[in-house]
Design a protein around this ligand. Structure first.
Ligand code: OAD
Ligand code: ZN
Length: 256
């Protein structure tokens, strides 16, 4: 089963979407903030914006939809999550679900990394503009001046957020693996995406064409909902836990 998620799954956690009524791209011009040219022109401004988004997301918790998916993943390794989100909430849900229960003693099994593909990168990673080194990064960025921006410990170049900007290509391995998974999926569950950004949107189409059952969860119909076998209209945090149930209650569908 392939799960494709977009900003809508995190809306119930308080993370703004991009194209909704209060969406980020309604209030900010993408070309001034999320392009390589914008960063070359004014890295301070770009970091100020990403610093703001980091702080915002750092105050948000995974919701019932992230948690239900993480529980499914913990039960079935054949559940793969492909996300367009850079908020890290799928990983946060995985950590919550796989953490040993408090006071249980002995601890649970070591938590394996989930099958999670972050197509558009992560707010909580930086990449060096000089040597390309990637690093986890959760600290508050001081974007008050050019001199205070984070720099690479190895080569001294400016660090940038490790997210995919407009005009940039996605990590080819991540994209290839995502399409491979889509080709082999028995079911494709799409949650909270307007499905207008490529190549993410085609992942669901490829899965459907290859025979996967297509289920779409969204508060409003999108181009994809029309093509879906099942369109569940409503909020992700409410619909997804009801759809999946607890592990053991329901199983991921098999092909045929
Ligand atoms: P959008 O903002 O384009 O779409 C969010 C979708 O979520 C819409 O279809 C909403 O109807 C739906 N939605 C909102 N709240 C919801 C809720 N509580 N439950 C279920 N659905 C809900 O966000 P994405 O489709 O993720 O890329 O946008 C794709 C990409 O465009 C982003 O990854 C970002 C942006 O430019 C980059 O920054 C590279
Ligand atoms: Zn470097």
């Amino acid at each position: 089963m392939v799960v494709l998620t977009g900003a809508g799954i995190s809306a119930d956690s308080g993370v703004p979407t991009f194209r909704g009524a209060d969406g980020l791209w309604r209030r900010h011009r993408a070309e001034e903030l999320a392009t390589p040219a914008a960063f070359a022109r004014d890295p301070r401004l770009v970091w100020e914006w990403y610093g703001w988004r980091r702080a915002l997301v750092a105050g948000c918790d995974p919701n019932a939809a992230h948690l239900a998916l993480a529980r499914w993943q913990a039960a079935w390794p054949e559940v793969h999550i492909i996300t367009q989100n850079v908020d890290g909430l799928h990983l946060a849900a995985h950590r919550i679900v796989s953490a040993p229960a408090a006071g249980a003693g002995g601890g649970g099994p070591p938590s394996e990394e989930p099958s999670l593909y972050e197509l558009h990168g992560s707010l909580f990673r930086t990449r060096c503009t000089g040597c390309g080194q990637r690093r986890e990064s959760r600290e508050v960025v001081d974007a008050s001046s050019l001199a205070s921006l984070p720099r690479c410990a190895a080569c001294g170049s400016l660090l940038r957020p490790d997210v995919v900007w407009f005009g940039e290509s996605l990590e080819s391995e991540v994209v290839e693996r995502s399409f491979e998974l889509a080709e082999g999926a028995a079911a494709c569950l799409v949650i909270g995406t307007s499905a207008v950004v490529q190549p993410a949107a085609s992942i669901a189409a490829v899965a459907a064409r290859a025979g996967a059952a297509l289920v779409d969860v969204n508060i409003e119909a999108t181009g994809l909902s029309q093509a879906a076998d099942l369109f569940l209209r409503g909020r992700a945090a409410e619909i997804v836990p009801r759809l999946l149930g607890e592990p053991g209650e329901r199983e991921p569908p098999g092909r045929g």
